[in-house]
Write a protein that binds this ligand. Structure first.
Ligand SMILES: Cc1cc2nc3c(=O)[nH]c(=O)nc-3n(C[C@H](O)[C@H](O)[C@H](O)COP(=O)(O)OP(=O)(O)OC[C@H]3O[C@@H](n4cnc5c(N)ncnc54)[C@H](O)[C@@H]3O)c2cc1C
Length: 247
């Protein structure tokens, strides 16, 4: 899995603060400098003032201003299972790599056996991995070797069948029906900062699945560089609560 920040609102926290100050300002924020807009907020420097205001907004649940800045991420190589979870979020915009117009006819099934094209869940190779909804704890080496064999045989044979169907003239949109739900997909997604916190509330939580949790943690790392005050506050004070941003 690889996640990159493609595009994002410049100076997002200035936008957040300007939006919020507009709500309580008699003068028109469009006619003011940012320093004038922030004049009555506590803090020595403009950065201090941004910290004060953003912390207050998040603390009080005044989340609207966080809907102004928007970020676009490119995601490479998550499973279609993870995609199904991610695309449930209705305020996120997506472009998803097509299996109608992209055929995986060049992939060598032996590479699939080694981990190409289909995401390998940790429980297929790690005897100590315990999934949240799994009965019992870890397993012995022999059991995990059997799991890995079954998993790798199954995904390799699916890709072989897929390619055989393509060779028999079946359209990729139909041949794909035999591919596993772990088949990798690339996604471009855009969302605003409020939605990013909401997705993180749900998908960085301990009860979400390992793959979407890893994805969300990577998105959060990028968000922390893009919108640092907001996501530092989120990390310190809000992360781990149960879905409070959009009850
Ligand atoms: C651990 C976990 C397990 C899950 N298991 C399942 C499962 O087994 N089966 C399954 O189908 N789904 C499952 N889901 C998905 C879950 O039910 C949500 O559909 C998904 O997380 C989208 O989040 P959301 O409901 O907050 O909506 P989003 O689309 O992210 O919308 C954000 C917020 O906007 C508001 N909103 C959006 N649309 C509406 C609307 N139409 N009406 C009212 N308010 C709205 C809500 O406040 C919502 O929280 C699971 C999610 C998690 C995190």
């Amino acid at each position: 899995m690889d996640v990159r920040l493609l595009e994002a609102t410049d100076d997002p926290e200035r936008v957040i603060c300007t939006g919020a100050r507009n709500d309580y300002s008699a003068p028109f924020v469009g006619d003011q400098s940012f320093a004038e807009t922030m004049a009555t907020i506590d803090g020595e420097t403009i950065e201090d003032k941004k910290c004060t205001l953003i912390g207050r907004l998040l603390d009080h649940g005044h989340f609207g201003p966080f809907e102004h800045p928007q970020a676009t991420f490119a995601i490479e190589g998550v499973s279609r299972s993870c995609m199904a979870q991610l695309t449930r979020h209705r305020h996120v915009s997506f472009d998803v790599q097509s299996m109608r117009y992209v055929a995986f006819d060049e992939v060598d099934p032996e590479d699939v056996r080694e981990g190409a094209m289909v995401v390998t869940p940790p429980s297929a190779t790690d005897p100590d991995w315990v999934g949240r909804n799994q009965r019992g704890g870890g397993v012995d080496e022999e059991t995990v070797e059997q799991r890995e064999t079954v998993f790798r045989e199954s995904v390799t044979s699916s890709v072989e069948s897929y390619q055989e169907l393509l060779d028999l003239g079946m359209a990729p949109e139909d041949a794909r029906f035999v591919l596993p739900i772990g088949t990798e997909v690339n996604i471009v997604m855009s969302m605003n900062a409020r939605m990013l916190m909401h997705v993180a509330d749900m998908r960085a939580a301990a009860d979400s699945q390992w793959e979407i949790r890893q994805l969300t943690e990577q998105v959060l790392d990028l968000a922390a560089e893009w919108c640092p005050i907001t996501f530092a506050y989120y990390d310190e004070h809000l992360k781990g609560r149960k879905n409070r941003l959009a009850p």
